[in-house]
Design a protein around this ligand. Structure first.
Ligand SMILES: [Zn+2]
Length: 136
């Protein structure tokens, strides 16, 4: 993977690195370790199977949608979830299934369970409220 040190890419200071079409741009002074390289390699695999441009379109659209949802939009993006979850597994790309990122588009089980619990709690409160009003 080609690593380029740049003051200007990524444009925002809060991001330390960006992968553009398989070239990895990093701010000067950022520690580039195996985990970070692996994270970016996973993104490159995702890009390659989408023929590059659609990767960025899907990434931005998903990020925009996730901004309106609960939680950290960036960390919830399917591409990022796959990359963060497997960045420590340096052999991941050798056994990764094509389009593996698709399964990370859905919320995970824990998040779904939390939402279901919240909905049930809300319905119960609403029912209690309606019952109380009916009694009055
Ligand atoms: Zn990433």
């Amino acid at each position: 993977m080609k690593v380029v040190r740049s003051k200007y890419l990524p444009p925002l200071r809060r991001h330390v690195a960006i992968n553009l079409f398989g070239v990895f741009f990093v701010h000067p002074g950022v520690n580039v370790n195996e985990r970070l390289i692996n994270h970016e390699r996973i993104h490159t695999a995702q890009m390659r199977e989408l023929l590059y441009l659609p990767f960025y379109i899907i990434y931005l659209v998903e990020w925009g949608i996730r901004l309106m949802m609960r939680g950290n939009a960036y960390l919830s993006i399917g591409f990022e979830r796959e990359a963060y979850l497997h960045e420590r597994d340096l052999d991941y790309l050798e056994h990764r299934k094509p389009y593996a990122w698709v399964k990370y588009l859905r919320k995970n089980k824990k998040q779904r369970r939390r939402k279901r619990k919240k909905t049930l709690r809300y319905r119960k409160l609403k029912n209690n409220h309606n019952n109380e009003q009916a009694r009055d």
